[in-house]
Ligand binder design. Structure first.
Ligand code: SDX
Length: 392
């Protein structure tokens, strides 16, 4: 029984907030979205249906699902002037810098969905953010590789539309492989929400001041960027590449255990999971499936990842510290195989997590929570009088 915590108006770091959206049992390695196990949703559902579940609390019937998907599909285009934001960035700008900037700028274009006290405007902002994030992220990718923007299409499903905007070029037809689209959609579902993680707490705190929804989501994007959080998928693949071959794994295991070495095994460990991260298990299966489809079963990075996982899970340090692979351990291998550069990994995480951020933001607004105000334990000097500079 998860028990119920009351939301401390002082938002102290020790307090917990009440939510009906996502449940995690770190000891059991259990993750439920509105009571449904992530493994079942990843296998049987799809991202937009999971979005509906997270936002409204129940799985939709056929008519509700069709209406929701139609509303999202018809909001995927960006205001044409937003393209000029991209041109203000250097081509080598990190995609997260672009996404953070463009999402925050949405409030300058979609004034009719910024009043958080108007339920209809909240709903419009919700649909716009879920619908437009794939376009924003895909265009950040296109801009970074010097290719023209590809507009969203209404005849493609959510994941296929995103892959089409990323990899299509005007010179020829681009057909999205349905297996890759399914794998992409599953990655979106696995990242959709995760209770009160750092970026979700950032969105809630920003939202508690009454800031507009676009500014709140931009704050979540900024927080997710950190390598201890959403930036770990990019850091993990860079680590696996640096290790390079399985014979070099022991050297890195040794470093990870050395308290004087700041090195951490990226993609390992978690604040809450002290057992397997259930998302990592699904991600590992998906990695095998996608690499097999692409004919790269012998992908050296995957071999290193699997051997690293095997060694670490048998190592007494990792067993004692209860360190297991997390959601970021295998995701980068799939994304790299699909053709994404490591710099895009966290932007994809942000796109997937947008629905979780919004669902938690809506829940907080509807519960009329007070402004968040984390308390502190003061450990500085006691009161003292000013001393002129000549007497110091
Ligand atoms: C995400 O909160 C969420 O839900 C986040 C997330 C989400 O969906 O939103 O799940 C997404 O952020 C996943 C985590 C991605 N980050 C990484 O993979 C980066 C590598 N992991 C570590 O930085 C670390 O595990 C954290 C930051 C994730 C958690 O750090 P904690 O809180 O210190 O972990 P812990 O308390 O369980 O650590 C126990 C011990 C500590 O040593 P001692 O202080 O007891 O001596 O294990 C050590 C840690 O130093 N440790 C590691 C380690 N992670 C923890 N040692 C080596 N390698 C690691 N990866």
């Amino acid at each position: 029984d998860a028990g119920v915590f009351t939301f401390d108006p002082g938002f102290t770091s020790t307090a917990a907030c009440e939510s009906k959206i996502t449940f995690i049992d770190g000891d059991k390695g259990e993750l439920l979205y509105r009571g449904y196990p992530i493994e079942q949703l990843a296998e049987k559902s799809h991202y937009l249906e999971v979005c509906y579940l997270l936002l409204y609390g129940e799985l939709p019937d056929a008519a509700q699902l069709e209406d929701f998907e139609n509303r999202v599909t018809r909001h995927t285009m960006l205001h044409e002037q937003m393209q000029y934001f991209y041109r203000g960035f250097r081509r080598d700008a990190h995609p997260m810098a672009i996404v953070c900037g463009v999402v925050g700028a949405m409030s300058a274009f979609y004034h009719d969905s910024t009043d958080i006290n108007d339920p209809w405007q909240r709903e419009v902002a919700t649909i716009r953010l879920i619908a437009k994030m794939p376009t924003i992220v895909a265009w950040a990718f296109k801009y970074s590789i010097g290719q023209p923007f590809v507009y969203p299409r209404n005849d493609l499903d959510y994941a296929s539309n995103f892959l089409h905007m990323c990899f299509a070029v005007p010179a020829e037809e681009y057909h999205v492989d349905p297996v890759l689209a399914r794998a992409m959609d599953r990655i979106f579902t696995l990242h959709a929400d995760h209770e009160q993680n750092a970026s979700t707490s950032t969105v809630r705190l920003a939202g508690s001041s009454g800031a507009n929804p676009f500014a709140c989501i931009a704050a979540g994007v900024a927080c997710l960027w950190g390598p201890a959080h959403g930036g770990a998928n990019e850091a993990c693949l860079n680590m696996l590449r640096e290790i390079g071959t399985v014979d070099r794994i022991p050297e890195y295991i040794k470093r990870a255990k050395d308290k004087d070495d700041p090195f951490r095994l990226m993609g390992f460990g978690h604040r809450v999971y002290k057992n397997f991260d259930p998302r990592a298990k699904v991600m590992k299966q998906s990695a095998d499936e996608v690499l097999h489809l692409l004919g790269i079963d012998d992908n050296p990075t995957l071999q290193v990842a699997k051997e690293l996982e095997r060694i670490a899970l048998e190592d007494e340090y990792f067993i004692e510290k209860k360190l297991y692979p997390n959601v970021d351990f295998y995701s980068g291998i799939i994304l790299e195989a699909m053709g994404f550069p490591t710099s895009m990994f966290t932007a994809l995480f942000a796109m997937s997590r947008t629905v979780g951020w919004i669902a938690q933001w809506k829940e907080m607004i509807e519960e009329k929570s007070k402004i968040g105000r984390p308390r502190q334990l003061y450990t500085g000097p006691v009161r003292r009088d000013y001393v002129e500079v000549e007497n110091r």
